[in-house]
Design a protein around this ligand. Structure first.
Ligand code: FAD
Length: 382
């Protein structure tokens, strides 16, 4: 290996790609290792708030995302049965003015593809499933399932809820099933034209114990998406998701508003996912290894901020490493945890409680945040 200091990011999800891009732009030499054999446009939507678009500005993809994504003027919360409005949270121009960037909804595969363009060509390595890691004290050896290995000065574990790097730091432990599932479906916009109904840009339909979040994933409104949150006693299926059906959706949301019935009728395929969780981790880093995103603080997705926290983590870690330099990674890791733990834990707990924006409230603490703006706190719990 040459004398050049190297950072390895494990996982090319939304958090790992943000960390990789921002660190490269800050002048670090970074490689990203991803287990999937190639990029694929996985079928789901995602919200990205102004707190994240301010980071994308630095990654050079804010405008590209704005051109592609849907721009809701409001997040509406409505009673699932009657349709009565429970809250109208202003976004659109209000978000630009008050929070400093746009609020968008988009297909997460399109977003991930866009993020990839902001990394140095050739620095993302697919088909690299990390099987073991060894911190030698002077560097880290990463071994992959294909028999290859590489070395790095520090390693960022952005490898999601089943993180191998979390396991290395804290031992093997499966995530806990939250008792909730999410149904997901994409609907072609043209399917909805036959209804004399209004399909709002971003609306969450609620009842006592379940909900359906619905939004467009494109600016042209040619793709509509829904994701549910529904209690389900046990995840007794094999795999990370299973097929669901219109019949199951009808059984689950049969008493909901006619707009929801139209969506169920228009669903060509529905999948069902377990919502998984972990207790807060006692450590976020050890030696030359540090965790971010779902590897570190997974949450139920009900605030639409899980990926946002992973991306903010990547940005804060970059900021701290710029502050200390790579040689003093130990101080950078302490600073990073000190400046992320409180916010990520607060979002994790509000998200798990599923109360966010159900009633009229001010979301400025989430959307107005700028990860690069506040002075850095020096210690955890300070
Ligand atoms: P991941 O996205 O899980 O990425 C981890 C990457 O690491 C993957 O590419 C994986 O293949 C790779 N990897 C894993 N193991 C290895 C290994 N051993 N070697 C190499 N690579 C490996 N968040 C939002 O901000 N807004 C939303 O609207 C939103 N909606 C959601 C809806 C649902 C139903 C769910 C379940 C989640 C939602 N989230 C949302 C949360 C969000 O998806 C996650 O918080 C986010 O994806 C975490 O990003 P990450 O980069 O930490 O991990």
């Amino acid at each position: 290996m040459s004398n050049m200091k190297r950072i390895a990011v494990v996982g090319a999800g939304l958090g790992g790609l943000a960390a990789g891009s921002l660190l490269q732009k800050a002048g670090f030499h970074v490689d990203v290792y991803e287990q999937s054999p190639a990029f694929s446009r996985l079928g789901a939507g995602i919200h990205m708030g102004p707190n994240v678009l301010k980071i994308f500005r630095r990654m050079g993809i804010e405008q590209q995302l704005e051109d592609l994504a849907s721009h809701p003027d409001f997040w509406f919360s409505r009673d699932g049965e009657t349709g009565e409005y429970l809250s109208r949270i202003p976004l659109g121009d209000f978000a630009r003015r008050e929070y400093g960037a746009a609020y968008v909804t988009v297909h997460r595969g399109d977003l991930q593809a866009m993020q990839m363009t902001s990394l140095t060509p050739g620095s993302i390595h697919f088909g690299k499933c990390l099987s073991s890691v060894e911190d030698s004290g002077s560097d880290v050896v990463l071994r992959f399932q294909d028999g290859s290995e590489t070395r790095a000065d520090i390693v960022i574990g952005a490898d999601g809820i089943n993180s191998k790097l979390r396991e290395h730091l804290l031992g093997a432990e499966a995530p806990t099933y939250s008792g909730w599932v999410a149904h997901r479906a994409l609907i072609r916009g043209e399917q909805l034209r036959k209804y004399n109904l209004s399909f709002e840009d971003c609306v969450k339909w609620w009842s006592e114990d379940r909900h359906l979040m619905v939004y467009y994933t494109t600016r042209s409104r040619d793709e509509y998406y829904y994701v549910s949150g529904v209690p389900h006693p046990a995840w007794d299926f094999k795999g990370s998701f299973v097929d669901s059906s219109r019949a199951e959706m009808l059984e689950t949301f049969g008493n909901y508003h006619p707009v929801v019935q139209a969506l169920i009728e228009s669903s060509e395929s529905v999948t069902k996912w377990p919502l998984l969780n972990r207790k807060p981790l006692p450590v976020w880093s050890e030696g030359r290894i540090v965790l971010l995103g779902d590897a570190c603080h997974p949450m139920k997705p009900h605030m639409a901020q899980g990926a946002a926290m992973a991306i903010e983590d990547g940005a804060m870690l970059t900021r701290c490493l710029c502050e200390t330099g790579l040689d003093d990674y130990a101080t950078a890791f302490r600073l990073y945890e000190a400046n992320r733990k409180e916010r990520a834990s607060r979002v994790q707990s509000v998200s798990n409680a599923n109360t966010f924006l159900r009633a009229q409230e001010d979301p400025a603490w989430v959307y107005g945040y700028d990860v690069f703006a506040d002075p850095l706190k020096s210690e955890v719990n300070s």
